[in-house]
Design a protein around this ligand. Structure first.
Ligand code: 8YV
Length: 342
């Protein structure tokens, strides 16, 4: 009798040609349309699966793990893996993987774009123009917060944070960063960024960009107290995870005019956005698109497929997925992103 082929669940339609690589090894259960899977639906899909290819929307917690007796590997498309209960997966010996590296440049590009759009009030000005309110050039219209020559801070100096710092050198700015571990001197020089303690970062920068991973210990790391430390007229840009910011406190700071502006690509209750933020003119809001270029998204899916095939024990890297996030984990292979979520 032919040996049973492992079953792999693909939670969303990704790119058919890349997903097709799974067919060589697995019986693939596909999801034909973009789907907001309820937790029970995820549990049901995992109940018969040996492996899964998922995105950040498909949360796998302890209950889903408990409902998946055969599951051996979960490959997430994305660098941030806070949607996976890594401890519950590891306790069952299930390998989880992520896709760092391939999205660094696209995401760093977007971080700079969002910071600039917020600081220079681009979407606010555009809405005003489209509303037909532009009656003549205005000397006093839409003064923004300057970036050239300012102090730019980055919280979370992984690959993406570093990518942002390198791009920002061209602004003739002072660069500060905070990261749990300080970068080697050569990397600091290359990024033209100086390590400071977290509170000093909040207090000294004109523009702050968040590029750190979400974990329960940094839930609302930007809370009312942190915002109160920021300079009047500073800006905040978040391309990491919504749960890092207390959105209510941010709305207070924006409405009070303490912060000049914010650029937000991520939200705590995605896809819901706090109505107070929606009502603020001085916020640029984008729907979690920092890594959204076609080549980048394709590279993410391709890496996730490589991870899954290898984690399931097939292909040239059988048993050695390029980017595991659960044990067995060899830190020297650099699969962690050193601070960034993308
Ligand atoms: C992805 C992201 O689009 O990589 C991440 O952590 O947030 C985004 O770049 C997302 O993870 C896709 O699942």
């Amino acid at each position: 009798m032919a040996e049973r082929r492992p079953v792999v669940w693909v939670s969303q339609p990704l790119y058919a040609d890349i997903e097709a690589r799974l067919d060589e090894w697995f019986d693939v259960v596909r999801t034909p349309t973009v789907t907001d899977h309820a937790p029970e639906a995820i549990a049901a899909a995992l109940a018969g699966a040996d492996g899964a290819l998922v995105t950040l929307n498909d949360r796998i917690g302890a209950a889903e793990v408990a409902a998946a007796p055969r599951l051996r590997a979960v490959a997430s498309v994305g660098v941030g893996y806070d949607s996976l209960d890594v401890a519950a997966l590891a306790a069952r010996g299930i390998v989880a993987t992520n896709t760092p590296g391939v999205l660094t440049e696209a995401t760093a590009d977007f971080g700079i774009a969002l910071m600039m759009a917020a600081a220079r009030r681009m979407t606010e000005a555009e809405r005003w123009l489209r509303d037909g309110r532009w009656n003549g050039w205005g000397f006093h219209a839409f003064h923004g917060a300057g970036i050239h020559g300012s102090t730019l801070g980055i919280l979370g100096m992984g690959r993406i944070g570093q990518g942002i710092a390198r791009r920002a050198r061209g602004f003739g700015r002072r660069g500060l960063y905070h990261n749990r571990s300080r970068l080697p001197p050569g990397v600091e020089r290359d990024c033209a960024a100086e390590w400071v303690a977290r509170d000093a970062l909040f207090g000294q920068v004109d523009h702050l960009v968040l590029a750190l991973p979400y974990a329960p210990e940094n839930h609302h790391i930007v809370d009312a107290a942190a915002l109160a430390r920021m300079k009047p007229g500073a800006t905040l840009t978040n391309i990491a995870r919504g749960g890092l910011v207390d959105e209510g406190a941010l709305a207070d700071a924006l409405q009070a005019g303490r912060l000049a502006a914010a650029g937000l690509d991520v939200f705590e209750g995605e896809p819901a956005v706090d109505p107070r933020l929606l009502a603020c003119d001085n916020v640029v809001l984008t729907p979690h698109i920092a890594s959204a270029t076609l080549p980048t998204r394709r590279a993410m899916v391709s890496l996730a497929v490589d991870n899954l095939v290898a984690a399931m024990g097939f292909g040239p890297d059988a048993g050695r997925p390029p980017h595991p996030v659960t044990p067995p984990f060899d830190a020297s292979r650099g699969s962690g992103d050193g601070g960034s979520t993308h």
